[in-house]
Design a protein around this ligand. Structure first.
Ligand code: ATP
Ligand code: MG
Length: 752
């Protein structure tokens, strides 16, 4: 089925009117960074249209800015296009291939009296440009004779002048309401080394001059670009028309660029994340780069589907990143094998089972099943997920408890006998019994269980490392590093996966049942150390996290009656007691809904919280620490075994409240408390972890940041308020998060 949108309609009409014999498009990236998901949209559009109408699409490196370009980036762009499944026509092209031709076209413009060498300094040139409401003023150099212009331009080319001494400008209209037409620059002097033309050129063409002509030279018919270039279209047309080129000529059409929430998408910002070490590289699986998605385990189909599904429009909008996550889930759901992996293992001994057997289980127990099975070794000792057993289960808990049997997925039903604990009371092993006549597929036991849980066989399971990724930014419209999600990467070293995953390798991507989709990381894995990246969870947990009080993401049990498609269910509503607590937390304590919800539901965290409150009555600070820090840790570890007590937690909260430490330092100290069990005050003293609140210490840092970023200072002062966050973030970063954010805020405001 052919897609339809306003650009395709234009192409279709041009072809049927006979304006062009075939459609030729191009994707023209600047090789100054790795391509991101926005580029995927442009790639899908340009290559997709060419494909749909039986035409061609060129790949052209727009390499007119020698100082920012790099071969590594050019290669990343080629890889991305190929990986997305597209083929460019002919060789990779470069704007620099046309430098000679472009120079000659510039000479023609000069000869026609339509271009001149200007020698105003930058400042005056800007003043002369006028404003939106005032006409500009033409430079006196515009009166130079054609011969003088030709001579100067040639000498510019020969490298006889310094950078910035002269420029070549089009002679169009200094009073045009379209500011772009006020004698735009065509060439500037740049004594720089170019990745392809070395030091041959001392002048480089500007985008507005090079782009339309490169399109023309290549026989492009439709030149698609993003909306920011709408006002540049007039120059595009002026250059081609003024040169009176032989038809047919290309035309420019604009579409809305892709913007996505929770994502930054300019190459400049992405480069900063890489350069400043916030991510491991351009292909860090949290990056919105094509290389990042690929490393994470996204399929190219899912990305192309996503790009097609968001459509092409003329109005800017913001796409929800959940839509991209949906696209990959949707693609993998029907495709990939389903296997079992235990992330947080607890050993289970089946007392009445002797020997071993090999069960057989389908890789594809999907709604539309496919052929393919694996052997599933089963014996006396297995691992299950620690959270799949509860000694004191809350209401609605359907998994294993002292009184409630559970099914082992693809195997038998087991019931609890005994929990073995260590000296701290932590459960180290479970003793159970199985029902021999309850074998999956051949169950004559007549027993009914509420759920099935995943498991692996101790003797044969393989230990693997899992990298659990979440969104890189925790706010919808991230401004910079201060919005980075501190939990965007969690590494689990001791997970166990069933052996067939490693032995048979039927795929690179798997659904680990009830846990999510995972991808084999071929770069960091070795024969001994296997690494899997989490591609995406089974269900969107963010939208709920943000919007509803029923927030905590939690899974539904495999055999629950609700839906067989999604293993990952929504949460039961709060019961009466929980609801009362929730109301109290949100109204009286003014806790956020998400925090209140978690606290109301989790009786363990809640009792810890209550105890801590008795020590130090600071409901908000304590709730945040308990839910965000403690809550994260107890996902993988039982609360009783932690080296943190309500008392030391209260002490930590007090240090935050009296501003001895910042929230960031509190997080760091919390990690150290986990390890050593020492008091936060002691840790802080020993490590010198103290919030810097003295303005005299912070002022020089702010000064330094201001000095280092003159461009951003100018933009901020010219009204770009968004940059405020940038400065605050830089100062916080320079102090390793130790500076008191309130004081930094007011100092930055003052000093800017
Ligand atoms: P950025 O602003 O993110 O650094 P850019 O526009 O400078 O990107 P280019 O390499 O010049 O990057 O872009 C190559 C092509 O990709 C251009 O045609 C541009 O219009 C398109 N493109 C860039 N970003 C997006 C986006 N977010 N959505 C759609 N198309 C995009
Ligand atoms: Mg650009």
């Amino acid at each position: 089925m052919r897609k339809s949108d306003f650009l395709r309609s234009i192409v279709e009409k041009d072809l049927s009117d006979g304006r062009y014999k075939e459609v030729v498009t191009r994707f023209p990236p600047e090789p100054n960074g790795y391509p991101h998901i926005g580029h995927a949209k442009a790639i899908t559009l340009n290559f997709g249209i060419a494909k749909d109408f039986g035409g061609k699409c060129h790949l052209r490196m727009d390499d007119t800015n020698p100082t920012t370009e790099d071969e590594e980036y050019a290669k990343a762009i080629e890889d991305a296009v190929r990986w997305l499944g597209f083929e460019w026509n002919g060789e990779v092209r470069h704007t620099s291939d046309y430098f000679e031709k472009l120079y000659n076209y510039a000479v023609v413009l000069i000869k026609k009296g339509k271009a001149y060498v200007d020698s105003l300094d930058e400042e005056t040139m800007r003043l002369y440009r006028g404003t939106v409401t005032e006409a500009g003023k033409r430079s006196k150099y515009a009166n130079r004779s054609i011969d003088e212009n030709l001579e100067l331009f040639e000498r510019m080319k020969n490298g006889e002048f310094r950078d910035g001494e002269h420029v070549l400008r089009a002679k169009i209209d200094m009073s045009s309401p379209n500011m772009q037409l006020r004698d735009p620059l065509l060439y500037r002097i740049r004594h720089a080394h170019h990745i392809r033309t070395d030091n041959k050129w001392s002048i480089y063409p500007m985008y507005d001059f090079a782009h339309c002509l490169s399109d023309y030279i290549e026989g492009i018919t439709h030149s698609f670009c993003t909306l920011e270039f709408e006002n540049n279209r007039a120059i595009y047309d002026w250059v081609l028309d003024t040169l009176e080129l032989e038809p047919p000529r290309p035309y420019q059409y604009e579409f809305a660029r892709l913007n996505m929430n929770y994502t930054v998408m300019s190459k400049r910002k992405l480069k900063a994340l890489v350069d400043d070490g916030f991510v491991s590289g351009w292909d860090d699986p949290r990056m919105p780069t094509i290389a990042g998605y690929r490393r994470r385990g996204y399929t190219s189909e899912s990305i192309v589907n996503f790009c097609n599904s968001i459509g092409v429009s003329k109005a800017n909008s913001i796409v929800d990143v959940a839509q991209l996550e949906y696209a990959i889930r949707d693609d993998l759901n029907m495709k990939v094998p389903r296997v079992m992996c235990v992330l947080d293992p607890i050993k289970v001994v089946i007392e009445n089972y002797e020997g071993s057997e090999e069960l057989e289980a389908s890789y594809y127990p999907h709604d539309v099943p496919k052929d393919g099975t694996r052997k599933l070794p089963f014996s006396k000792e297995i691992y299950i997920e620690r959270e799949d057993f509860e000694e004191n289960p809350p209401k609605g808990y359907y998994r294993l408890t002292p009184t409630q049997p559970v099914r082992l997925r693809h195997a038998y039903i087991i019931r609890f006998k005994e929990a073995i604990k260590d000296e701290n009371g932590k459960i180290v092993e479970l003793r159970v019994e199985y029902y021999p006549d309850s074998k999956s597929g051949n169950d004559t036991s007549g027993l009914k269980v509420k759920s099935a849980i995943h498991w692996v066989d101790v003797a044969t399971a393989k230990r693997v490392e899992l990298r659990l990724y979440d969104r890189l930014f925790s706010v919808e419209t991230p401004q910079g590093v201060e919005d980075i999600n501190p939990n965007s990467l969690e590494i689990i070293k001791g997970a166990f996966v069933e052996e067939a995953v490693i032995k048979d390798r039927v795929d690179e991507r798997f659904q680990f049942e009830r846990q999510g989709y995972f991808y084999f990381d071929s770069i960091d894995s070795s024969d001994e150390d296997i690494v899997f990246n989490k591609i995406v969870s089974l269900k969107d947990s963010w939208s709920k996290k943000q919007k509803s009080p029923k927030a905590t993401p939690k899974r539904r049990d495999i055999n629950s009656t609700k839906s067989r498609n999604s293993k990952d269910g929504e949460l039961a509503p709060l019961n009466d007691k929980e609801q009362l607590l929730f109301d109290r937390y949100t109204t009286e304590f003014k806790l956020s809904k998400a925090v209140a919800n978690n606290l109301a539901r989790d009786y363990k965290l809640r009792s810890f919280y209550d105890e801590a409150l008795k020590e130090f009555n600071s409901p908000t600070t304590l709730a945040n620490l308990v839910i965000n820090e403690l809550g994260r840790v107890v996902k993988n570890q039982s609360l009783d075994t932690l080296k943190i007590s309500p008392k030391t937690m209260a002490e930590l909260a007090k240090m935050v409240d009296d501003e001895t430490i910042s929230n960031k330092i509190a997080k760091d100290i919390f990690e150290l408390m986990l390890k050593s069990g020492e008091s936060p005050n002691k840790i802080a003293k020993e490590r010198g972890l103290k919030q810097i609140s003295n303005p005299q210490e912070i002022i020089p840092i702010v000064k330094d940041i201001i000095d280092k970023n003159p461009e951003n200072v100018a933009k901020y002062r010219a009204g770009n308020q968004k940059l405020f966050g940038f400065f605050v973030g830089q100062v916080l970063k320079a102090t390793n998060g130790k500076a008191n954010p309130k004081i930094v805020n007011s100092l930055v405001k003052e000093m800017l």
